[in-house]
Design a protein around this ligand. Sequence first.
Ligand code: GZL
Length: 300
Amino acid sequence: DSDPASTSGGGGGGDDLIKVGFSQLGAESGWRTANTESVKASLTKENGIDLTFVDAQQKQENQIKALRDFVDQGVDVIAFSPVIETGWDEVLQDIKDAEIPVVLVDRTVETTVEDPFVTWIGADFKQEGTTAGEWVKENHPDAKIFELQGTMGSGAQTDRQEGFREVVGANVIGEASGNFTRAEGKTATEAALAAYPDMDLIFAHNDDMGLGAIEAIEAAGKKPGEDIKIVTVDGVRDGLQALVDKKFNFVVECNPVFGDQIVDLIKKVDAGETVEKETIVVDEAFDQTITQEFVDARSF
Ligand code: GZL
């Protein structure tokens, strides 16, 4: 009869758990915090995962350090959401040399490393920009647009901008980065109001910068959603509340709640099963016809 203390598994870091190192880029937005909640709720010991989670405060050097630590710790799988697309070649090669599989989450990478990750799961950022552009073309074809860009060089920023400008690029009279944060979105909009007094529509690459824009527009004595229309991406609760309050005009969703899909991918990758090269997380889009009840019922 075996000593009960010797049985493995259960709540401890038993050797039957998959050791996962997760490098999250930061906590810059409502989207990111919802994504982190979903990851932490899904990558649990109950689901067979021993998770090491590190927040990089939107600094690439912090992410690279976390990735190197995961290699040193000999994790079974690495998952990360790269803050910007470039600058990962060396660390991705080191991870590859250590034969640790990578599950890329949310943001995308540009790298010279052969086969740098096993699979990627995230949103179709270019389509999000296209959807936003098509709404503007349809509803405000003569808009004078200021574009509030996300973190420069991130896949979300470059692809949303590309999709949007393919449709209404000729209407864009100015641009500046708000780095996906409310505070920087506000300061960028304050400067834009002074530089482009005739702008009448803002395309913000995420809700948080759009919420900062609302503050700047109201401080300037103008009405957000009327004097200056606001189109955003994400569809987090605060963003949809602004839509119900008629301060936003159109919101393209980018769903952050896919921790359960990440767990499935990690288990398959760890078991050496073949997985899809990419999994697109389904998005919707919302206009001012949404109700307060709908917003109250949202999980993120
Ligand atoms: C999109 C994600 C973006 C969100 C922002 O998948 O990478 O990063 O749109 C977040 O809110 O900062």
